[in-house]
Design a protein around this ligand. Structure first.
Ligand code: ADP
Ligand code: ASP
Ligand code: MG
Length: 438
C-alpha cells in the first residue's frame, strides 16, 4: 500500500480538494494524509494569540471569519443538500468548540487543541466529499494512533500497533484518510509534530505499514536545485539519496520537513515528491541510490549565529573541545557547523535561547566573538573526498562573497558555507549560475 500526503495548498480550495479526490480515486488501496487548508493553521495560531492575551472579542471575530470562509467552501464543494447539511453541522460543532476556549484558562495545552482543528476540518471535508462521490472511504483518527513519547519523539511501536488495529477494523475500505501534523503525547494530551509536520506523519505511517512508497504531494514539481523563492531558473532534481534530501531539508529546502526523511530511510521506503498542480510531471524520487559525480542542489538556512572562541591554551590541549561542547550540551543547544584551527574553534547555532549563558561559560576558556544574522548555504551532491574538483567548483562560485566558515568532509554529501544573511540571495544565485549552468 502507498501513503500519499497532500499539503496545505493541495487542499487549499474546494476545487483543489476535488482535484485531490480525483487523483486518489484510482482503484488502488491507499492511505492519504492531509494537511489543513493553507492559511488555516496560521489563523489558528492567531486565534490562540488572542486567547493568550485574553482578548476574547478578538479571538471570536477571527473564529467567525474563519467559520464564514468554511461555510462558503461547503457550498462550493458538495452537490447534494444531504452532504452540505452534514458538513455544515460538523463545522458548526467545531467552531463552537473553538469559541468555548474563551471560558477557560488558555495555556500551551489549550493552544495545541486549537491548532489541531485545521487538519480535523480538512480531513472531514474531503472524506465527506469522497462519500458523496460514492467512494469507499474511511477516516482514521490520527489522535488514536499517532503518539510521541516523553522526549517528544514519535513512538513507532505504539503507532504501528494502533494504526494496524484501525486499519484491521475497516478492512474493506479503498481509501483511508487521516490527519497530518496532529498526535497525542506521552500523557495522552493533544499535541503536534511541529509546523510543517504533516510530511513527518506520512513518513511515520509509511514506515509503520512498510508502505511501497511515500508520496509527498505539493505545489511544485519536486525538489528544485535551488530555492525557487529566491533564485531564478531553478530546475527539478529527479533523484536524490536519502542523505542528500535530509541535508537539503534540514538546511532550508521547505518542500520537505527535515524530520520526514529518517523514518523512510530506516525502513528503506522510497519517497516521491509530486506536484498536485501537474500530476503527470515526474517529480523527485528519494531513495538509497547515489548518482555519482553530480552536484544536486543548494539550500539556505537563515537566522544563524556564529560563535568563535580563541584560546592560546588550546594549543596542544586535549580536552578543550570537550569542554566547549559540554557547554552547548548543558544548554541543550545543537551546533550546525564547526571549524577548527590550532588556536580557536568557530561554531554555528540556530537556537539562541540560551546564547548569553553559553557565552558567559565560554568566556572562562578564551576570547569569544559572535556574529549574528548569518546564513548557512549548503551545497549537496556526491561530494566524497576522492571525487576531485567538486568542492573547488562550489568555492569558485562563492569567490565574490565574504565567507565566514566552510565545512566539508563531515559527510559524503555536502559542503556548507556560512555567509552574512544579507548575502544569501547573491550567494544562492551565484551557485546556480556556476553549478547548474547549461
Ligand atoms: P506544503 O504546504 O505542500 O507542505 P510547502 O509550502 O511546505 O508545501 O513546501 C512547498 C514549497 O517549498 C514550494 O512552494 C517552494 O516555494 C518551497 N521550496 C523551498 N525550497 C525548495 C526547493 N529546493 N525545491 C522545491 N521547493 C522549494
Ligand atoms: N498544518 C500544519 C502547518 O501548517 C502542518 C502541515 O501543513 O504540514 O504547519
Ligand atoms: Mg510543508
Amino acid at each position: 500500500m502507498k501513503v500519499l500526503k497532500f499539503g496545505g495548498t493541495s487542499v487549499g480550495t474546494p476545487q483543489r480538494m476535488k482535484d485531490v479526490a480525483k487523483l486518489i480515486n484510482d482503484g488502488e488501496k491507499k492511505i492519504v494524509v492531509l494537511s489543513a487548508m493553507s492559511g488555516t493553521t496560521n489563523t489558528l495560531v492567531e486565534i490562540s494569540d488572542y486567547f493568550y492575551k485574553k482578548n476574547v472579542d478578538g479571538a471570536n471575530e477571527i473564529i467567525n471569519q474563519l467559520a464564514n470562509k468554511y461555510r462558503k467552501h461547503v457550498e462550493e464543494l458538495y452537490a447534494t443538500d444531504e452532504f452540505k447539511t452534514l458538513t455544515k453541522d460538523f463545522l458548526r460543532e467545531k467552531f463552537e468548540y473553538l469559541h468555548a476556549f474563551s471560558k477557560d484558562m488558555f495555556t500551551l495545552y489549550e493552544e495545541r487543541m486549537v491548532l489541531a482543528q485545521g487538519e480535523i476540518l480538512s480531513t472531514n471535508m474531503v472524506t465527506n466529499y469522497l462519500k458523496e462521490q460514492g467512494v469507499n472511504v474511511v477516516l482514521l483518527d490520527a489522535l488514536e494512533f499517532m503518539r510521541t513519547d516523553k522526549n517528544s519523539e514519535p513512538d513507532p511501536v505504539y503507532i504501528r500497533k494502533h494504526l494496524k488495529e484501525q486499519i484491521e477494523a475497516n478492512p474493506n475500505a479503498d481509501i483511508y484518510i487521516t490527519q497530518g501534523f496532529i498526535c497525542r503525547n506521552a500523557y495522552g494530551e493533544i499535541d503536534n509534530l511541529q509546523r510543517g509536520g504533516s510530511d513527518y506523519t506520512a513518513s511515520l505511517i509509511g514506515a509503520a505499514i512498510l508502505a511501497d512508497e511515500i508520496q509527498i504531494w505539493t505545489d511544485i514539481d519536486g525538489m528544485h536545485n535551488n530555492d525557487p523563492r529566491f533564485v531564478d531558473h531553478t530546475e527539478p532534481v529527479r533523484q536524490l539519496h536519502f542523505e542528500e534530501a535530509a541535508e537539503l531539508a534540514y538546511f532550508g529546502a521547505k518542500i520537505l520537513h527535515p524530520t520526514c526523511v529518517q523514518p523512510a530511510k530506516y525502513a528503506g521506503i522510497p519517497v516521491r515528491l509530486k506536484n498536485t498542480m501537474d500530476p503527470q510531471a515526474p517529480g523527485t524520487t528519494i531513495s538509497n541510490e547515489t548518482e555519482h559525480g553530480k552536484i544536486k542542489a543548494v539550500a539556505a538556512k537563515d537566522n544563524i549565529t556564529a560563535i568563535k572562541i580563541k584560546s592560546s591554551r588550546m594549543l596542544l590541549a586535549h580536552g578543550f573541545l570537550r569542554k566547549v561542547f559540554e557547554i552547548f550540551e548543558q544548554y541543550q543547544t545543537s551546533i550546525d557547523m564547526i571549524s577548527t584551527s590550532e588556536v580557536g574553534v568557530s561554531m554555528s547555532i540556530d537556537n539562541t535561547k540560551h546564547l548569553n549563558d553559553i557565552l558567559n561559560e565560554l568566556k572562562k576558556y578564551g576570547t569569544v566573538t559572535v556574529d549574528n544574522d548569518m546564513c548557512i548555504i549548503c551545497v549537496v551532491g556526491d561530494l566524497t573526498w576522492d571525487n576531485v574538483g567538486f568542492e573547488t567548483l562550489a568555492t569558485e562560485a562563492m569567490k565574490n562573497i565574504p565567507v565566514r566558515m566552510i565545512s566539508y568532509g563531515g559527510s559524503n554529501y555536502n559542503i556548507s558555507f556560512l555567509v552574512k544573511g544579507e548575502d544569501k540571495t547573491r550567494a544562492l544565485q551565484a551557485l546556480t549560475d556556476t553549478l547548474f549552468k547549461k
